[in-house]
Design a protein around this ligand. Structure first.
Ligand code: SF4
Length: 643
């Protein structure tokens, strides 16, 4: 396979994109269309994806590989999740999609193990799809509708990102693992610093990290707002593929010596120390020693970010011949069945089990509030990538993010502990030449078609999205601060996840952590407008965060800025994004103000005047979209343009 046409001085990112670009050119900031070589989805978001594919009349997916995972919500307390899982099993078989059996593993790690291929593009219905950057893919998280389009073989349109060279030098010290690298990146860039950019890693430090460690870094690049992260494909990548019996899929990938970057940063790995993100944003990063001694209530080891084999062995190494603190509830969610089997073979699983840790199956579980919620005001240390308010399932919890070594040291002492303060033996490990055969992980599609498709009563049809009126004369239903997450808009947690395929039902809980009266007010008001600060819609790829406001009658969101993924979902579902020009304009609008906006002739790059009929003033806002997207919003969203 050739990884690039003969263009000189390319970054690794550009080399991959050249092999998938179908519209536009590699001009930074321009609009390009890329075709997905691979797609992935998971049970929470994919119901919408498949309902969209069905409504489009698609009979078979048009990709090299499409895989559906069932890992996010595995609690079968009633029929709802079981019905979702059955629908996914049946519809994937009909459409030619591989379907992981429930409990086979967490999607991003399982994909890395069995399908990730350097030099390819991956479009996934989950924001942490970017984890595959660790194996040298251009991987990007999208909403369910864009995932459906990618599976149908349609291009994904993105703005050609700026490319940041992240130069890694040196080697990590003992007890300072890869999670601390991305926490350092977050400390420097914040949750907004990666917006519109690809973080491309290079430098001699890269060779000291294996693919799973690179994937931890790429995974949490999502938290910077970056489009994605890309690592080179080198001898370590080849070793990874060989360990999973796929060495023939290896290709070399690295930037040319004269590659042109837009920005550059250097991280000396040897100077890093254990870091921790304070509640409730992943960029509130400080050295662990600054908060050491704080009493904790629980520790969650796991998630797609931090339970590859190396993490599990490091956890077991720290726990060997010790018991966790009697005051701390500790859970362990491994990433895949292969990791479980390999850690059993090496005795690590038993060491963790006997230390007093609760062992779960390889699923998301506690990470998205679906299985290990902290108690009221509980202090929880997690190796997960996110700590947004309410995500753990407990609104009042205080969730810290850290590396496994810090989490496990704290589990032993009962207080936040710098792992270097404990007498933990030095640790190193090697991937096996070949992993144990993983067994029965996947259902492969029946190529001749399938039997009947069953829809449970909780799977409701996609709501109809009416066109945008020419004149908006609507109240501000909520005035929100900076960094509103998709968890605020459409809550996570075990109570809410099973009803994500039921828009009328999930809508009743929108913004409940901000204002419990909101959804009732929104429904009663015959439509309205939301006002927000910067980075509105950060977090997950869930498109329900755009569908639910629309269902409740919201026509537009005026914010100081939007997260990329959410902006795309707003276009797909017909929710108009408008951007304040100044902090003063944002400050001057109050909740309850009546705003009037003429939306009859929205034009790319042309400002729109907003009249505040309550205060009697007016101000201008910008439209952060190209003309095709504005036109799609006028007809009620892209969902209405492809049916
Ligand atoms: Fe699952 Fe958490 Fe990873 Fe999302 S971030 S894929 S919920 S483990």
């Amino acid at each position: 396979m050739s990884l690039a046409k003969p263009y000189p001085n390319l970054t690794a990112t550009e080399k991959i994109l050249l092999n998938s670009i179908v519209e536009g050119d590699l001009v930074r900031g321009s609009r390009i269309g890329i075709k997905a070589h691979q797609t992935l989805g998971h049970d929470l978001n994919a119901i919408m994806t498949f309902l969209a594919l069905e409504s489009m009349g698609i009979e078979k997916v048009d990709t090299e590989v499409s895989v559906q995972y069932i890992d996010h919500n595995m609690i079968q307390a009633d029929y709802k999740n079981a019905d979702d899982h059955r629908y996914l099993r049946e519809i994937t078989s009909r459409l030619g999609v591989i379907c992981a059996r429930p409990g086979s593993g967490i999607c991003h790690q399982l994909h890395l193990e069995h399908f990730g291929r350097p030099g390819k593009t991956l479009i996934g219905g989950d924001s942490h799809t970017v984890a595959a950057g660790g194996i040298g893919m251009f991987s990007i998280g999208v909403g369910g509708f864009d995932a459906a389009m990618a599976m149908a073989g349609k291009p994904l349109y993105i703005t050609m990102p700026r490319i940041v060279k992240v130069n890694l030098v040196g080697k990590l010290p003992q007890l300072v693992s890869a999670k601390n690298i991305i926490l350092e990146v977050l400390r420097r860039l914040t949750v907004k610093g990666g917006v519109g950019k690809v973080l491309e890693y290079c430098g001699p430090g890269v060779a000291t990290l294996n693919v799973a460690e690179r994937s931890i870094i790429a995974n949490m690049g999502a938290e910077t707002g970056a489009t994605t992260s890309v690592f080179p494909s080198d001898a370590e990548t080849r070793k990874w593929l060989a360990a999973y019996g796929r060495e023939e899929q290896w290709v070399a990938l690295e930037a040319d010596a004269g590659a042109v970057y837009d920005e550059e940063m250097t991280i000396d790995l040897s100077r890093l120390e254990p870091l921790i993100a304070l509640p409730s944003q992943p960029d509130k990063v400080v050295p662990v020693r600054e908060v050491a001694g704080k009493k904790i209530d629980q520790v969650m080891l796991g998630s797609c970010t931090n339970t590859a084999l190396g993490d599990v062995l490091a956890i077991a190494n720290a726990l060997k011949d010790r018991f966790v603190s009697p005051d701390v509830d500790v859970s362990f969610y491994p990433s895949t069945r292969t990791v479980i089997r390999e850690s059993i073979r090496r005795g690590a699983y038993d060491q963790i089990l006997t230390a007093g840790v609760r062992m779960f199956e390889p699923i998301c579980g506690g990470c998205n509030g679906c299985g290990f919620a902290p108690g009221t005001e509980g202090v929880s240390l997690r190796t997960t990538p996110r700590n947004f308010e309410g995500r753990s399932g407990t609104k009042s919890a205080h969730v810290y993010l850290c590396a496994p070594e810090t989490a496990v040291a704290s589990a032993l002492t009962g207080v936040i502990t710098d792992p270097r303060a404990l007498d933990i033996p030095d640790f190193a490990y090697e991937l096996p030449d070949k992993f144990i055969d993983p067994g029965n992980l996947f259902n492969y599609p029946k190529l001749e078609g399938t039997d009947e498709i069953h829809y449970g009563p909780n799977i409701k049809p996609i709501p109809k999205m009416p066109p945008l009126e020419d004149q908006l004369n609507k109240p501000v239903l909520l005035k929100l601060p900076d960094n509103i997450t998709t968890d605020h808009i459409c809550p996570a947690g075990a109570i809410y996840l099973p009803i994500r395929s039921n828009i009328p039902e999930i809508s009743r809980h929108s913004f409940n952590v901000v204002d419990e009266s909101y959804s009732e007010r929104a429904k009663a008001s015959d439509g309205g407008i939301l006002v927000a600060g910067t980075n509105y819609g950060q977090g997950s790829s869930r498109e329900q965060a755009a569908i639910v406001p629309r269902y409740l009658g919201v026509k537009a969101v005026i914010a100081r800025g939007f997260a990329r993924l959410h902006l795309a979902n707003m276009v797909n579902w017909g929710l108009l994004p408008l951007v304040f020009r100044s902090e003063q304009d944002y400050a001057a609008v109050e909740q309850g103000d009546l705003l009037e906006i003429d939306t009859s002739d929205l034009k790319e790059a042309e400002p729109v005047r907003v009249w505040n009929r309550t205060s009697g003033s007016s101000f201008y806002v910008d439209t952060p979209l190209v003309q095709a997207d504005l036109d799609a919003i006028k007809v009620g969203g892209r969902i209405n343009t492809v049916k």
